[in-house]
Write a protein of this length. Structure first.
Ligand SMILES: Nc1nc2c(ncn2[C@@H]2O[C@H](COP(=O)(O)OP(=O)(O)O)[C@@H](O)[C@H]2O)c(=O)[nH]1
Ligand SMILES: [Mg+2]
Length: 288
């Protein structure tokens, strides 16, 4: 007679990395603060932790564990209706690298042949929008400045409605071919959501040294185009452009990058060609 052995009970406890690294992501029904007593957070129906502050709409800050890979970046959305909102180019990058200068240069290059409109993001001012107006980038009514408050990255990634509103409005008002959207300056950690940007440019400059490309935030690795600006300053700061080129290619699995001096018009035509190539592919239109 075989003996009947009691089955040992096996209990498997699965602890996810998310639970370890981000103890903030747990189910709870109470509010708690983020240093600022007016900041409240809660878990949304999608399981993400949302919060709201500085008058911003609710948004989440999902943690990013890796800069990701160019070859595995989110592809352009196939479902986009460009009659609802024109092909949108997102320009991101750290503070002061030349995002607004590139907005101005692209406007000057494209405005005679294409209907353009522009939205700029600043944290607490409308300075970049005003700069574009002052420099005659486009007629004033085609430029909108959005104040994002303390989370400029949220406005291009998790809570893009603050940008979608003005972009859709401008797109319809001016039957735009191309919309330009400048992000607030970030710290290498931000990248545009595909819901917002059909083509993503990330711009860094040489002035912080030749180490920047290999630091590899998601903008550096996953933008459709990386621009390395202000090469005119390379000798002054001792930045080695061959090192920057090598690291940019390595971090982006060979994805495209352009050396530029946006302020002096160097490299701008090459950037425009990348943008128009993507525009043709996405919209099925031919460049004029
Ligand atoms: N030397 C040099 N300065 C530049 C170049 N492009 C932009 N700048 C300057 O860099 C500063 C910051 O540029 P801006 O476009 O405002 O940067 P943003 O903060 O990324 O929008 C401005 O004073 C620009 O004139 C460039 O190619 N070379
Ligand atoms: Mg700017």
């Amino acid at each position: 007679m075989p003996m009947t052995m009691p089955m040992p009970m096996t209990i498997i406890i699965i602890v996810t990395t998310t639970m370890i690294i981000n103890s903030h992501h747990h189910d709870h029904d109470h509010d708690h603060t983020h240093g600022d007593s007016t900041t409240k957070s809660w878990v949304g129906p999608d399981g993400k932790v949302y919060h709201s502050h500085d008058g911003l709409a609710p948004h989440s800050h999902e943690p990013i564990y890796s800069p990701g890979y160019f070859s595995r970046r989110a592809p352009p959305l196939l479902t986009r209706d460009f009659n609802e909102r024109a092909f949108t180019v997102g320009i991101g990058g750290p503070v002061g690298t030349g995002k607004t200068a590139l907005m101005l240069a692209l406007c000057k290059f494209l405005r005679d042949k294409y209907s353009l409109a522009a939205v700029t993001n600043d944290i607490f001012t409308k300075e970049d929008g005003e700069f574009l107006v002052k420099n005659g980038a486009l007629p004033e009514e085609r430029i909108r400045a959005v104040e994002t408050g303390g989370c400029p990255h949220a406005a291009i990634r998790e809570d893009i409605s603050i940008n979608l509103g003005p972009l859709e409005e401008l797109s319809n008002l001016f039957k735009a071919d191309i919309l330009l959207c400048e992000s607030g300056g970030d710290n290498l950690a931000a990248n545009f959501s595909r819901e917002l940007a059909d083509y993503i440019i990330y711009i860094i400059d040489v002035s912080a040294g030749d180490k920047i490309p290999r630091k590899g935030g998601p903008g550096i690795t996953q933008a459709d185009l990386l621009v390395i600006n202000k090469t005119d300053l390379a000798p002054a700061v001792g930045a080695d452009l061959t090192v920057m080129e090598r690291d940019a290619l390595r971090m982006r699995d060979g994805g495209p990058f352009v050396f530029a001096q946006v302020k002096h018009g160097v490299g701008v035509e090459e950037i425009v060609n990348h943008v128009l190539q993507a525009w043709e592919l996405a919209t099925g239109k031919k460049r004029h």
